[in-house]
Design a protein around this ligand. Sequence first.
Ligand code: KIV
Ligand code: NA
Length: 270
Amino acid sequence: QKRLTPSRIQSMKGSAPIVCLTAYTTPMARALDAHCDLLLVGDSVGMVLYGLPSTISVTLDMMIAHGQAVMRGVTRACVIVDLPFGSYQESKEQAFRSAVRIMQETGCDGVKLEGGEEMVETIAFLTTRGVPVCGHIGLMPQQVHTAGSYRSLGHCESETAKIRRDARAVGGSGAFAVVIEGMVEPLAREVTAAVHVPTIGIGASPACDGQILVADDMLGMFTDFTPKFVKRYAGLAQAIDDAASAYADDVRNHRFPGKEHTFEIRTPPG
Ligand code: KIV
Ligand code: NA
């Protein structure tokens, strides 16, 4: 079966909601593939799987390794890999070289990069040279150190005006879609109506053309903190805690392994 292409994703605007989740590993990609239109190998991998405090120290090599893992588990979904911090902001040429490495070494369908007006030239350079690009505006985690914090946007006129300009710019840059993260509903609705490519929302209301969540968040892999925009569809952290507790109990009480888990000497036939 052929995977969904970025152009197919683009053409879904106005017809069907676009279903997206993150994936970082082969087994997770296998489990999510049939249900999703697009799987994002997000640089959130650094925080979710490596325990890093932000996405800033995620490297191109990490993104390629996880991109390869996800590609081994996918047959249907479009696979997009994040360009990590420092691999594209310097110049459009640097962005192109990083994107080429990702596409050649993983076989994925395109890349995503964060940025508004300042990234239009880069996105146009990539898309006119064969690299499908998904934009990402609004809350941009790679800019946490200049933004000061992770918080939703569109609460004042200056934030709203900037996101309007970014949306129009990225929407007309050649990007096949744009992630809009962390903004109030009226602004997400306005942006979705204003751009001719699909908006994929995270913490950006139901008004978007598609939705994305970090899979581990919606699966309940974290118990300490669930952001407002996350809906939990499973309780994996609790399930793992229960399972590990039962295993430890069995080992300490000599109930595991049982006879059915134990190799016996086979008696030779005849
Ligand atoms: O890295 C990521 O997971 C993302 C999304 C959640 C949009 O960029
Ligand atoms: Na990301």
